[in-house]
Every structure is written in structure tokens, then in C-alpha cells.
Design a protein. Structure first.
Length: 313
């Protein structure tokens, strides 16, 4: 099979042995695979995958068709359209994954949308609802809302009945984010628009002090991105105490099979039906064929995208 590989910081396409499904595993013929910031970090040597995952094969989400089931795997028949988060090696013609991590692809989604769905909607749903317990009527602020996770979070918040605000740095993208149901703010002006019950932090350290100032008493801050910096030089702990606030960080990649399976079932039950009804959509910025993976990575790293960049296979 052909696969995206990392060699000396460069993205290449190489032939690798076809994987074979083991017990309760499924072999999937990949049709689309999203690119995420974690892939960029892995390319640059800053985010190694968990043990047992090839360090030179990136890719954390994919969609495709079941090609074969290993012993004991019987949930999805051959030919079924499926998608999943994976710890790595997802940007390849074939992947093997435990059947409990797979989700069915909603019938209305094409391959690029399906390939760009699992990482962003799973990450956003887990942060907003499992971690922060966002409720209908609460005020949600999403930072970096023009990215894939931000766009997913805006839609999920609105679907849950929250009042959603979003910071978007690029003026060209503000109307699109607003069309999803958010009140769009400049990144410099969000404090005066508070207080917020839940703040989803996708930008990182530069926002943290003002996040506390904008937080409602008893509010929650979920940090799931540090693209603009991961070290806060000064942090007003007294303000955190006064707000009786809670800050937590979260990643999905290193969780156990059991934890990931629970997350997948939550998304399957609570999120996927909203695609069938048209309440959610995957915002695909651009697609590239597998042979142009290096160009796709460069386009992602250049910034300015609105939503997902997806490899098609």
C-alpha cells in the first residue's frame, strides 16, 4: 500500500506492507483522511505517537470502506462506510483498527467530509460536554473558531441550545462562522462581551489571563490547543479562586482503547444523528490527492484556512 511518511522532517509517499487485521480488528480501505495540527507537530518532531504506532506514519483520522474483518470482529460488514480516530498511520491506503473505535459514516456525507469529521467533532464534543458539562442556555466562547475544531464546537454548542460567541482573527472568515450561529468577536475584544460559562481555548497561552477575566463565577475553561504558545508567564491565581473556576486540559491520542471506545459511542449517539438531520456540517477548506500530501501539509501550516484540509485516496 501507499502511505504518507515522515523522513527528516519532509512528507513523502512510500510503499509499506499491507496491514492485516488481528482479533476484533477491521481492515479499512481509506478514501479520505484529514490533516490536523498534531500531524504538523509530528512532522516537525514535536509530537511523537504512542508506543506501538509507527513514528514515521502520521494521520489521526480517516474514512473508508470495510475490506475485511479479523477474528471476532462482526459489527461492520464488508463494504460498510466507516470512520474513526486513530493514534497514527491513518494517511494510507489501508488501515487496521479495533472495531470498537469505528463509527458509521452518516449517509449524507461524501468522503472528504467523512474523512475530516472524526478528530474535530470528537475533540469538540468531549471537551464541551464530557469535560465541561455545557448546558442549554449557558454562554460558550470558542477561541480560534475558524479552524476545524472551532467550527465543530460552534455548531455543537448551538445544537445544544447554548449561546455561542466565537473569536476569529481573519476578517475573511467571520461571516462564515457567524452563519453557523455564533456571535463573532475580534480576539482582542472578548473580555467585555463576557461573562461566559464555558470557554474553549484553542489558541493557547496569550488568552489565558483574559479568559479568567471573562469567566463567569463557577465557569469552566477547557484548553485543547496551544498554537500561539503553551507557556503562561503570569497567571492570576487569585482571580481563578475568586471565580471559583475550573481549568483543564485534554488530549485524545494517548487514551486507552476503553476510553476511546466510550468517546466514540458518545459521538455516535449524540452527534452523528445531527448530520443526518442537517444540523451539523463538516467545513472542508480544500482537498488534495494522496500524491500531493506534502503540498497539503504546507497549505495547512501556512494558516488562513477555514475548516479542514483533507487527503483523498
Amino acid at each position: 500500500m501507499r502511505a504518507v511518511v515522515i523522513k527528516d522532517g519532509a512528507i513523502l509517499i512510500e510503499e509499506r506492507p499491507d496491514p492485516q487485521p488481528g482479533s476484533h480488528e477491521v481492515l479499512v480501505r481509506v478514501r479520505a483522511a484529514g490533516i490536523n495540527n498534531a500531524d504538523i507537530l509530528q512532522r516537525d518532531g514535536h509530537y511523537p505517537p504512542p508506543a506501538g504506532v509507527p513514528a514515521d506514519m502520521p494521520g489521526m483520522e480517516f474514512a473508508g470502506e470495510v475490506q475485511a474483518n479479523g477474528p471476532g470482529a462482526d459489527r461492520f460488514p464488508v463494504g460498510e462506510r466507516v470512520m474513526a480516530l486513530i493514534a497514527g498511520a491513518g494517511q494510507a491506503e489501508l488501515v487496521v483498527i479495533h472495531e470498537r473505535l469505528l463509527m458509521p459514516v452518516p449517509s449524507k456525507l461524501d468522503w472528504p467530509a467523512a474523512g475530516g469529521l472524526p478528530e474535530v467533532f470528537t475533540t469538540a464534543h468531549d471537551a464541551l460536554f464530557t469535560q465541561c458539562q455545557l448546558l442549554a442556555g449557558e454562554r460558550l466562547l470558542v477561541h480560534g473558531a475558524a479552524g476545524g475544531v472551532g467550527i465543530a464546537a460552534v455548531q455543537l454548542g448551538r445544537a445544544a441550545g447554548a449561546r455561542v460567541s466565537a473569536t476569529v482573527r481573519n476578517p475573511k472568515h467571520r461571516d462564515t462562522v457567524a452563519s453557523l450561529g455564533a456571535t463573532v468577536l475580534s480576539p482582542e475584544d472578548f473580555v467585555d462581551e463576557g461573562p461566559f460559562d464555558v470557554i474553549l481555548e484553542l489558541v493557547g497561552a496569550p488568552n489565558m489571563q483574559n479568559n479568567l477575566r471573562a469567566l463567569r463565577t463557577g465557569g469552566r475553561i477547557s484548553v485543547i490547543g496551544t498554537g500561539a504558545g503553551g507557556v503562561v508567564n503570569e497567571f492570576p491565581i487569585g482571580l481563578l479562586m475568586a471565580r471559583r473556576g475550573r481549568i483543564h486540559g485534554s488530549t485524545l491520542r494517548g487514551r486507552s482503547l476503553e476510553e476511546k471506545a466510550l468517546v466514540a459511542r458518545a459521538v455516535e449517539r449524540q452527534v452523528l444523528p445531527l448530520f443526518s438531520g442537517g444540523a451539523l456540517r463538516v467545513q472542508v477548506h480544500n482537498t488534495f490527492p494522496l500524491t500531493q500530501a506534502a503540498e497539503a501539509y504546507d497549505a495547512f501550516a501556512a494558516g488562513g484556512k477555514l475548516g479542514k484540509i483533507v487527503l483523498t485516496i
